[in-house]
Design a protein around this ligand. Structure first.
Ligand code: TTP
Ligand code: MG
Length: 356
């Protein structure tokens, strides 16, 4: 009999990240329902402390609704610079454990610890204590033998959780799970499935890949079919080849204030260039997108002669593009993206080819 070695995967996810940072930085907020996000009419909740979640407040909810649910909640605009600083601290710890790390977002990562001498539990505990010591923040860690199950596991005992999903428990744990918890099923798919009486993983398991293909589209059917049976072969670190890197935001207040908008663009470019460098890519095209208050959308681009990841060159190009955009009306959304992306290695390769 051939036994295939199961992988050992961790999923690490900070608890109420932005809100927890605020509570650490401002101890008077500890134990209180706080909401990070815009409090204006069109404001949206970025996240909230667990004290506010008791009232039903959650990420991406309109702040107006959040205020109704939890009138005594304290709103905080948020400080992205500070969150990315803390994120760096956390990733330094995570990356000191193993080199096989896949950063999913500012507060979330997968680790493949299969080849390490220490047990996954030991590493998980070590991460939890090191993060707490360095930042005063708690993190939830999930352990399992693939990414889907590890992510589910980190969510299982939030906040400050440490949970392992073992192969023998997969069926019991998954069957009762509402399908919204299946990573990869979006809100629209879930609503569609609910309409035909599918609420739990157990309900969904009654259908074949072909059925799922009708419900969800061919692209996802097989992946979801396997996932709900505890199968997920995706390797850690495989994030696909991205064609562009970008960041945009809907403003809390519509504005024509060029300085303010340019400031935001610089802030975004910082993040986007960091992503580009991390993935060891170079880009040639800078695009700015603006959506006006009447929802009319415009984009303007400039392509440079050569590929680069140099921030000042990209910033110069961005400024040039922005200077040519007449802001006719108030701006509602703004963003910047880098496209025409190639792998950094590719350029070195072609130079090498040229001179060899
Ligand atoms: P999440 O990890 O999804 O949420 P969280 O860390 O606040 O809470 P949880 O304990 O459930 O993990 O997102 C990380 C941060 O990203 C979050 O603190 C704020 C930000 N964020 C947004 O700005 N908008 C969003 O819609 C979401 C989901 C997150
Ligand atoms: Mg989180």
């Amino acid at each position: 009999m051939v036994t295939i070695m199961k992988r050992k995967i961790l999923h690490v996810d900070m608890d109420a990240f932005f809100a927890s940072v605020e509570q650490v930085d401002h101890p008077e907020l500890k134990g209180k329902p706080i909401i990070v996000g815009g409090s204006s009419e069109r404001g949206v909740v970025a996240t909230c402390s667990y004290e506010a979640r008791v009232f039903g407040v959650h990420s991406a909810m309109s702040s107006q609704v959040a205020k109704r649910l939890c009138p005594h909640a304290i709103f905080i605009r948020g400080n992205h610079h500070r969150y990315s600083e803390v994120s760096h601290q956390i990733f330094e710890i995570i990356e000191s454990m193993t080199t096989t790390v896949e950063k999913v977002s500012i507060d979330e990562a997968y680790l493949d610890v299969s080849d390490l001498y220490q047990s996954p539990h030991y590493i998980a505990k070590k991460i939890k204590s090191a993060v707490y010591e360095a930042t005063g923040l708690t993190v939830s860690v999930g352990i399992s033998y693939n990414k889907f199950l590890a992510k589910l596991a980190s969510d299982w005992q939030k906040p400050d959780g440490l949970f392992e999903i073992k192969e023998e428990d997969v069926e019991t744990l998954l069957d009762g799970l509402p399908i919204i918890k299946v990573h990869g099923l979006g809100k629209k798919s879930v609503a569609r499935l609910n309409r035909i009486g599918i609420y739990t993983v157990k309900d969904l398991k009654k259908y074949s890949v072909e059925d799922l293909s009708n419900f969800l589209g061919e692209q996802w059917a097989e992946e979801i079919y396997k996932r709900i049976r505890g199968i997920d072969p995706r390797p850690v670190g495989h994030v696909g080849s991205r064609k562009s890197f970008g960041r945009e935001t809907t403003l809390k207040v519509d504005t024509t204030d060029r300085d303010y908008l340019e400031g935001l663009l610089f802030e975004f470019l910082d993040e986007v260039v960091a992503q580009l460098k991390k993935k060891e890519r170079l880009a040639r095209t800078v695009t700015i997108k603006v959506k006006y208050e009447d929802f009319e959308s415009i984009t303007r681009s400039h392509s440079m002669e050569t590929y680069t990841d140099d921030k000042s060159r990209l910033a110069e190009t961005m400024q040039l593009v922005f200077s040519k955009m007449a802001l006719k009306r108030k701006v509602r959304l703004i963003g910047v993206s880098l496209s025409n992306v190639i792998e950094g290695d590719a350029v070195q390769m072609s130079l090498f080819d040229l001179y060899s």
